[in-house]
Design a protein around this ligand. Structure first.
Ligand code: OGA
Ligand code: MN
Length: 313
């Protein structure tokens, strides 16, 4: 069965209806959805009642699935035993709302800052797929920014100045903005800072800002200077004209490309359950991996083969 795909915001948000991803997904439908994700960056698939396993099986078609950062510590008590399912809910292992000062709740509070998933990892997040199983009566929207449109709207001189820069990203940086910094040595070792390009190309070639709360400063620049630039760019890309606020319905599976969008969760009454579950694929085509490792290795090889070739003569 072929799904219906409708554009909601051109080049940014599409909505998919008329398909049960657990039962009707053939190669053709998967390809149509993959194209919609590439083109739009945010795709809302309605009316999905997926089990954890079905959600994982769907995500598995799009790339290797990362293990949630909430599994770095063994002492978090969690409802869901599968390390590839990120429990984005407010519920503890007994299905009750977490206490205000609960450490995992504090960590997840960082989701309310504009961010892109797992940019604090060398193998950053590619696609995230967030499924709503239950939602509060109001609030709790998720907002997305279109970082391709925002890049295109920058003055030409700014686009030129920032293309080619790299930023350092770390989870410790994003959490310290909320005053949450009691990370263990084990966590710090497991999650060292990483570098990523500030501008990255989407599959369709359109450049996008790659920033967000984990981005701490610009590599090679004085920290305050780089931090100021990152703030300016964040303010730019989160202006209302580039933002879509998703109001959740139960059964929505929202898929976004972390390489060309930012997102943040909004507050809600946490005495009510908000049960959202996320699976994220790793960006194995990551420009950072290519820039940092493979490309350097290739250059060295080319130089060894032919100095003239390496010099581009
Ligand atoms: C996430 C996330 C925001 C929200 O799942 O990656 O940031 O609205 N969620 O829960
Ligand atoms: Mn997120």
């Amino acid at each position: 069965m072929s799904p219906t795909i409708q554009t909601r915001r051109p080049g940014f948000v599409a909505e998919v209806t008329g398909i049960d991803l657990a039962r009707d997904l053939d190669d053709q439908a998967a390809e149509a959805i993959a194209d919609a994700i590439d083109h739009h960056g945010v795709v809302v698939v309605r009316d999905q009642r997926l089990s954890n396993e079905e959600q994982l099986a769907f995500a598995d078609r799009f790339g290797p699935i990362e293990t949630s950062v909430t599994r770095v510590r063994a002492d978090y008590r969690q409802r869901i035993g599968l390390p590839q399912i990120v429990d984005v809910s407010n519920l503890d292992e007994n299905g009750r709302p977490r206490e205000m000062a609960d450490r995992l709740r504090m960590l997840l509070l960082g989701n309310r800052l504009w961010h892109t998933d797992s940019s604090f990892r060398a193998l950053n997040g590619a696609l995230s797929m967030l499924l709503a199983r239950s939602i509060p009566s109001e609030g709790g929207e998720t907002e997305f920014s279109d970082n391709r449109a925002a890049f295109a709207a920058l003055p030409a001189a700014t686009r030129e100045r920032i293309d080619g820069l790299r930023a350092e990203h770390s989870l410790m940086h994003s959490r310290s903005q909320l005053g949450f910094s009691d990370f263990s040595e084990e966590e710090r070792r497991a999650l060292p800072p990483v570098e990523h390009p500030l501008v990255r190309r989407s599959p369709d070639g359109r450049p996008a800002l790659y920033i967000g709360s984990h981005a701490s400063h610009v590599v090679g620049w004085p920290v305050p200077e780089g931090r100021m630039l990152l703030r300016d760019l964040l303010e730019h890309t989160t202006q209302p004209e580039f933002v879509y606020a998703h109001e959740w319905r139960v059964g929505d599976l929202v898929i976004w490309d972390n390489r060309c969008t930012l997102h943040r969760g909004r507050a809600y009454d946490e005495s009510q359950p908000r049960d959202l579950r996320r699976v994220t694929t790793s960006d194995t085509t990551s420009l950072s991996v290519r820039d940092g490792l493979v490309e350097r290795r290739e250059t060295r090889r080319a130089e060894a083969r032919s100095p003239a070739l390496a010099a581009g003569i």
